[in-house]
Structures are given as C-alpha cells and as structure tokens.
Design a protein around this ligand. Structure first.
Ligand code: BES
Ligand code: MN
Ligand code: ZN
Length: 509
C-alpha cells in the first residue's frame, strides 16, 4: 500500500513528483487554501489567478495539474477542489476550518490523479490532528486499486508510492497518532474492499473464514469457525437453509478482540453472502452480476474488529460473520420450506432471495447470548433501501431511538452519509405465516423496514441493537469519486470503528 509520512519540510523544498494544494470556491473566484503559502509565493502570489485562467473554480472533485515555476523542488503542482470556502464569520476570529470529510475527499482525488507518481507532498490545510487523520485516510483510500485479477494491468502506472503530509508535525504526539490511526483504518478498509472485489468463484464461505483466521492470528484476534457440521449440531437452521443449495458449505465465524481493562462490550454482526443468486427465487439477469458484493457487511465487521485490535481500544469487540452462498440446486431451500432457526423460532421461506435476514437472524440470536452492551449488524440487505436512499447513503434502524441517533451522528462525524429509518410496528403483520412463527417476506412497500422488523425478532430481550443497511453504498457501480473507487467501498467501517472508540472512551450510552 501507499506509504504515509509526515514531513517538516516546506512545500517548496520537499523533493517530490508533485505538490498538492487545496483550492476553494471563494466569493470572487478560486482561493488558495492555507498550507500552500510557499507554493503560492513561488507563483509570485498569483496561483489563484493562474488557476482561474485555467478554468479552475475550486469545486469539489476538480484536479488540475500545473507545471511548477522555478523555486519549487517538485516539478508539478496539483490543485484539488475543496468546494465552498468555509465561512469565517460563523467560525469566529480563529478563522474557518475545512470539514474533515472535505479534506478526506480532496486527498482521495489527489491520490487518484497522481497514480504512478513515486512521492507527492500534500500541502492541504491542517488545523488539527483530526485533519491529519482525514487527509491520511483520503490519500491511502484514494490510492487503492484492485488489480489481483488482471494478467495485463489496466493501469501500468500503479498507485501513488508515498503521500508526505506537510503542515502536520511529526514530533507532535497527537499528529503522529492521527497518522498511525489513518494507516490502520485505511489498511482495514482496503482489506475489506479486496474481499468485496474478489470474485465469488475465489471467495466462498470457507475461503473467507480462512482469510479471517489468518488475519486474526496476525493481529491478536481470536477466531472460531463453525463449519457445516458444527452448524448442524448447533441448530443454525437459518445459515444452513441459505447455504444448503451450494457446493460451498456455510460458515459462522466468531472474531473476539478483548482488552483486559474493558468495561463495555460490542457485538458486530455481518451479512456474508459470498454470492447471492437469489436461490430458487432466482434473480433475473441484470440483477446478479454484482452480487459478489453481498458479503460487504461481513467484510466491514471483519475489518472493524481487526482495526479495533490494532488500535488497542479499551473495549471488547466480538464480530460475527454469517457466511453462506445462496444458490439454486436440487438441494436448495424451496419457497414454502420452513426453517427451524437457532433461536428456536420457525420461519416460512416465501422467497429464497430474502436470504440475508435468515443468516443474520441466527447470528443475532447467537450474539445476544453473550449480552453485549450493544449489537450492530451491517448488511447489504434490501434493494428497497437503495430505492429509498440512493447509492451513497446507508439506512440505520434500531430498537433504541437514542442509539440510532448516536450511530447517525457518528457516521456523520467520520464522513459516511447515513439516515435514520423507522421500524413501523404495523408492517409486522405482513410477515404473519399460517404455518410458521414468521415468514421471511412481508409487504413490498417499505421493504427495507420490513427486513429490519424481521431481524428485530431475533435480537435478545433487552439488548440495544441497530441494523445498518448498506445495500446502496457498499458497492460503487458508477465511476470513482473522492476517495471512493469503483467496486467495493468499505462502507460502514469507519462508523463501526468510531463507535468502538467512543465506547472505549466511555462516551456512549
Ligand atoms: N442482496 C440483496 C439486496 C441487494 C440489492 C443488495 C441490491 C445490493 C444491491 C438481498 O438479498 C435481496 O435479494 N433482497 C430482496 C428481498 C426481497 C426478496 C424481499 C430485495 O431487496 O429485492
Ligand atoms: Mn437476496
Ligand atoms: Zn442478499
């Protein structure tokens, strides 16, 4: 992966292939952002004017390369847009600061524009240690490329080699720690992206479990894998019912990170359908080509637990990966079958394509037995959530309004678009089954909320729980933007990690 360093050198004196500066949209044209004073000086104080002549406005997403004038060690200046200049009136005399997410995205745009460069100096505005983390994360996430399956590389240039952050202070403890956090979080997000992007003929429940086992060993996370035999013995009818049609049998993986001084415990539960064909209720062509992404929830949970361990957070975090491949075959679950779930409840499967809630139900019931302080499940659960919120925003549902609000605020804080969604009790009756305790499908309208109501039934009595539906943002089918590549995005990981951090700090509840 791209290296992240902090440098005390000036923007004009650091040896690099390019120096990155921020440019904002001012009232009277583009404005060069703080951090780039030395670069502007090398342009005789006319950098903003030069950029304006080139058509630069400072809008988010803009990336403009300009040959550097004499006086700069780097041969190229890359100006990245920061959007509207922050309002200094509302920020008071101390001056306005750029939002962390603005910096994260701009750094991502810069890293993408600098593919092939060995080293780039980032002279973006740094007002606090949090900005070091945001710029670091943006650069490392933006430089991501998934090339494992290209015999002939599509982009021979390769990713940016090193991002050297200027403006950060290498000897300042907070800045150093922020850079280290950025590396850990970005590496784990990129690990999750790799898993999501890996094609389903390579990544199945067993190989996913093997990857988790290896990573757990490396980072001090205990990993326990239940194979199909153990699942049968344990009565995991939901996970088995989804996986029974596949040649690749299901797994339930438990990841445990514990801290000796932890006072609180969290459980993260991830939907890990390594391929969702729909099963006997087969998805039509046009709806199954990207369904390798249906394990993105499990990948996010895996990455978040490993990140919590690497950061040494003072909290116990347990991850549950509910892994299965949803395939049609002579042994597959049929619409009309009744499954006996781990919790003891029975479910009439009316649609085998509503499989995520079945594997999650077992994992939620199992996770509940340990009575954690809170459970959060993450899942690419419903197309309905994509219809409701689009492809960049995840939905949050919960049995506790305060916890849902808390998660929404945390997501906002780490730059992940999200929105609180309700669990309207009236939608429950749509899942009434004449045969079993509940059906796995209900009313079509509000389908994302119906799925949430189904899950709620499998959460242990009195346990705080939230459900995060990432069906939209987990997989980017459009072009890259900001620090987000095409394909797997690593959605919800920063939110889970920040929740663990807050819980460790005792800020929660
Ligand atoms: N994995 C899909 C949901 C999905 C859709 C994820 C689009 C990512 C992008 C899920 O298993 C599914 O098929 N859900 C059905 C449920 C329905 C049958 C009740 C859906 O949303 O159509
Ligand atoms: Mn499905
Ligand atoms: Zn699915």
């Amino acid at each position: 992966m791209t290296a992240l360093t902090l440098s005390t050198a000036g923007a004009a004196t650091l040896r690099a292939d390019a120096v990155v500066v921020g440019v904002a949209k001012g009232a009277k044209g583009p404005v060069v952002a703080p951090g780039a004073e030395a670069v502007d000086k090398a342009f005789g104080g006319k950098l903003a004017a030069v950029l304006e002549t080139l058509g630069v406005t400072g809008a988010e997403g803009e990336a403009t390369k300009v040959p550097a004038p004499a006086g700069l060690k780097a041969p190229v200046v890359l100006a990245v847009g920061l959007g509207a200049e922050p309002d200094s009136r509302s920020a008071g005399d101390a001056g306005a600061e750029y939002a962390e997410e603005t910096l994260r995205r701009a750094a991502g745009v810069a890293a993408r524009a600098l593919a092939g460069a060995k080293k780039a100096a980032f002279a973006l505005p740094v007002a606090a240690a949090e900005d070091v983390q945001a710029i670091g994360e943006g650069a490392l996430l933006g430089a991501y490329a998934f090339t494992a399956f290209q015999a002939v590389p599509k982009d021979a240039r390769g990713p940016l080699g090193e991002a050297a952050l200027l403006g950060a202070k290498p000897r300042d403890k907070a800045h150093k720690a922020a850079a280290e956090r950025a590396v850990t979080v970005a590496e784990e997000i990129n690990r999750a992206r790799d898993l999501v992007n890996t094609p389903p003929n390579e990544l199945n429940p067993a190989s996913f479990a093997a990857v988790a086992t290896a990573a757990g060993k490396e980072h001090g996370v205990k990993v326990q894998v239940l194979d199909e035999k153990a699942l049968t013995k344990g009565g995991y009818g939901g996970i088995l019912g989804v996986g029974v049609g596949s040649e690749a049998p299901p797994r339930l993986v438990k990841l445990s990170y514990t801290h000796s001084k932890a006072e609180k415990s969290l459980a993260f539960v991830g939907k890990g359908i390594t391929y969702d064909s729909g099963g006997i209720s087969l998805k039509p062509a046009g709806h199954n080509e990207t369904m390798k992404c249906d394990m993105a929830g499990a990948a996010a949970v895996f990455a978040a637990v490993v990140a919590a361990a690497r950061l040494g957070l003072q909290v116990n975090v347990t991850g549950w990966l509910a892994l299965a491949e949803n395939m049609p075959s002579g042994s597959a679950t049929r619409p009309g079958d009744v499954l006996r779930m781990y919790s003891g409840k029975t479910v009439e499967v009316l649609n085998t394509d509503a499989e995520g809630r079945l594997v999650l139900a077992d994992a939620l019931a199992k996770a509940s037995e340990e009575t954690p302080d809170a459970i959060v499940d993450v899942a690419t659960l419903t197309g309905a959530m994509v219809l409701a919120l689009g492809s960049r925003t995840f939905g949050i549902m919960s049995n506790d309004d305060a916890f849902r609000t808390e998660l929404h605020e945390i997501a906002e804080e780490v730059g992940e678009p999200s929105w609180p969604m309700p669990l309207p009790a009236d939608l429950r009756k749509g899942m009434d089954s004449p045969t079993a305790d509940i059906a796995n499908m209900g009313e079509r309208m509000g389908g994302g909320l119906v799925a949430g109501l189904f899950l709620k039934e499998f959460v242990g009595e009195g346990i705080t729980w939230a459900h995060v539906d990432i069906a939209g943002p987990a997989f980017n089918e459009a072009g890259p933007f900001g620090y987000t590549p095409k394909g797997g995005t690593g959605s919800a990981i920063r939110t889970l990690v920040r929740l663990a951090e807050r819980t460790a700090d005792g800020d929660l509840g």
